[in-house]
Design a protein around this ligand. Sequence first.
Ligand SMILES: Nc1ncnc2c1ncn2[C@@H]1O[C@H](COP(=O)(O)OP(=O)(O)OP(=O)(O)O)[C@@H](O)[C@H]1O
Ligand SMILES: [Mg+2]
Length: 337
Amino acid sequence: MKLQIIGPMMLLLVLNTIFTNILPVIGKDYVFEKRTFWNKLITPTSWCFRKECCTDTYITPNITKLKEEFNKKVYGQPLVYEVLPKAINAHFENVPNKALVLSFHGRTGGGKNFVSQIIAESLFQKGMDSKFVHLFIPELHFPHKHQITRYKDQLQNWIRGNMSTCPTQLFIFDEMQSLLPELLDVIKPFIDYYNHKINGVDYRRAIFIFLSSTSGNNITSVAFKAFKNGRKREDVTLREFENGIRLSSYKHQGSGLWHSKLIEHHLISHFVPFLPLERQHVRKCIQEEMRKRGMPKCPETEDEVLEYLNFGPDEAPIYAAKGCKNIHEKLNLVSNW
Ligand SMILES: Nc1ncnc2c1ncn2[C@@H]1O[C@H](COP(=O)(O)OP(=O)(O)OP(=O)(O)O)[C@@H](O)[C@H]1O
Ligand SMILES: [Mg+2]
């Protein structure tokens, strides 16, 4: 009788050991994602208890949190609040017919990477550290033109391989203006309309975010024109910026080529223009940095930091040239905290 109980228990113990200790060593993470039966059987000391898996515990789309984070942390970007929560919510609510493709544009320091990070944190328990979040920086990951064939293979295998282990993935391509155009041909099939699985892999649940500063000046011109006409920046519509971004992408045949290609194929789900930040927004960034350091509120210190920053255009210098970038370094110059 005892043997009848001990036998299966020993078997479970051995299987648990194999699944939690031996297979990870040989790097077969995906085995666990496919074998949900074993995952359930060996909890709570299961693989997924200790390691990130393609489950609800780790993939946690939370649109309320996303909205709260945008409201609390992102300054002066009305179109971020307007477009992103709705777009992301819709992507997770129904089965989408293609991957969600977001194209962020704007000049330096306006929050493109910052917002991408907030999205990652609202979708994945581990945020940017999640294995389902992939950040590509062309100058770092694909620097040499002569190695393009290798990069193409690597990128394709990377996207396909990851997508086959879990359909919810976030791919962030930074500095798109520096991406070798041939690499776009690799990305294109993954973001195209298919409305079904391809070779058993569902690419529709993925999110791609492309970040670019190509149209920064264009966005600034549209915002500045509105300012001169006495309009509030919050009242400038997405469409007004969109036309400008489109035009500048076609004009910059080189750095904007990636964009015009995606536009031509109607693959971009949403453009998100990042507006140039004004003094009041940069002041909030300084206040936030001071708060993080545990410094008391001090408008004089804020003014001193602002003194170090450049504002433009000459006609009416209302926009910070580098947005909220380098705030912490400038704060170091005026304070020892
Ligand atoms: N709109 C914003 N609201 C709050 N903080 C911001 C905003 N924009 C930028 N920041 C702060 O400035 C830092 C730098 O911004 P970020 O790297 O996101 O800019 P970017 O748009 O990606 O610029 P670049 O085009 O140079 O890459 C962020 O980590 C964040 O702390
Ligand atoms: Mg950036």
